[in-house]
Design a protein. Structure first.
Length: 397
């Protein structure tokens, strides 16, 4: 079996809802990481045998297989195929796992895997309006993800202060990482055209108008000044006050963004003169109770370690997606992993969770952090709506 290596990994900044990316078409946003990978790694587009892109809401502007359209928008012509997949919040990580499996099986040598979600222009849930009620007959009870997070908090006896402390840490870790330049090598600036036009350099003498543009270089959702006192004043999002713990400050942010990884066989990487950043060791996906629905990272972590014949002690860094603070807190309690080794540069509570892009972004964070610190191994895991979990282990090359 061949080895699958990550040659490079990039993402766009994450724009807040109705923020800088609000006038950008999702296809254009999806193309940005592809353009960056080509520029950074000096390859001809035909080198890429397939593009696998996660997208959780593949309708309207994100419809018609955005995985195929994105490389065309990136200027890769019509020779590069592409596919869109939907494993809900785990889609971007699943795209990378599928790419790795293809390489390991010897079916392909060079692929790009990632994802996109423009949650401003294609709101979450836009694809569910026509779902028949019979679809839900297999569920004992219908709940929202927010209610699932609240039930996890109840099961593990988590207090509002405990989950708020995790949220504050996420914000502060993102701020420290940003200030220290830890995101510099993984975030690619995106030029956007702002709404409307402005007059030329001297409106009094000229009627000429020029488009107003800006370059987005930084995540827009983080609130680094967040503190426990501020969070304590926020109303609950999913339950009446006093009967729950989750609010906007300790839940993932709704944002727009895209991410992508260049994945290849070791032989192909050597042939192209690429120096791999990491090797994909093992992947896993599991199903769990669809009512609480968000406990998937716990068994996914257990099973991926077992498949890799590894223990938690063998892993140096972890990314556990911060869909809700209780999801991470429950994972920490079950695994016994130190919070100091998890989401070390902040998580989705700070930078946001652009559904289809997040999984590839978590792996992007890990490969760059392994390279920066010289540590060896990392594990990424995510909860998924309707009760699933996904996990990936990588090791620095």
């Amino acid at each position: 079996m061949k080895s699958a290596v990550i040659v490079d990994a990039v993402r766009t900044p994450f724009g807040k809802r109705d923020g800088s990316f609000s006038e950008m078409h999702p296809q254009d946003l999806a193309a940005k990481p592809l353009e960056a990978l080509e520029e950074r790694n000096d390859f001809s587009p035909e080198t890429v045998e397939d593009v696998i892109y996660g997208c959780v809401t593949p309708v309207d502007e994100q419809g018609f297989n955005i995985g195929r359209v994105a490389p065309m928008v990136a200027g890769w012509g019509d020779i590069v195929p592409g596919v869109q997949l939907n494993r809900m919040c785990g889609s971007g990580q699943q795209a990378a796992n599928f790419a790795a499996a293809n390489v390991m099986a010897g079916q392909h040598d060079v692929l790009v895997a990632g994802g996109v979600e423009h949650m401003t222009r294609v709101p979450m849930g836009s694809d569910g309006s026509g779902v028949s009620e019979t679809y839900f007959e297999y569920f004992d009870e219908l709940t929202t993800q927010g209610e699932g997070a609240e039930r996890i908090a109840e099961e593990y006896g988590l207090t509002r202060r405990e989950v708020d402390e995790l949220a504050v840490d996420s914000q502060q870790r993102w701020a420290s990482a940003w200030e220290n330049g830890y995101y510099d090598d993984q975030i690619v600036p995106v030029e956007v055209e702002l709404e409307g036009e402005v007059s030329g350099s001297d409106a009094r003498r000229s009627e000429e108008t020029i488009p107003k543009t800006a370059v987005v270089e930084q995540d827009e959702h983080p609130r680094p000044d967040t503190d426990l006192e501020t969070l304590s004043t926020l109303p609950l999002s999913f339950r009446e006050d006093g009967n729950g713990v989750h609010h906007p400050g300790n839940s993932s942010g709704i944002v727009d963004g895209s991410s992508a990884l260049l994945i290849a066989s070791e032989e192909a990487a050597a042939a192209h003169g690429w120096e791999p950043m990491a090797r994909i060791v093992q992947t896993e996906v599991v199903g769990v109770d669809p009512v609480t629905m968000l406990t998937g990272p716990i068994p996914a972590t257990e099973e991926v370690l077992e498949s890799a014949d590894m223990d938690l002690a063998d892993i140096d860094l972890f990314e556990v997606n911060e869909a809700f603070a209780s999801v991470v807190a429950a994972w920490l309690e079950e695994t016994g992993v130190s919070w100091e080794d998890v989401n070390v540069n902040g998580g989705a509570i700070a930078h946001g969770h652009p559904l289809g892009a997040t999984g590839a972004m978590l792996l992007t964070k890990l490969v760059h952090e392994l390279e920066r610190t010289g540590k060896d191994t990392a594990l990424s895991t995510m909860c998924i709506g309707f009760g699933q979990g996904v996990a990936t282990i990588i090791e620095r090359v």
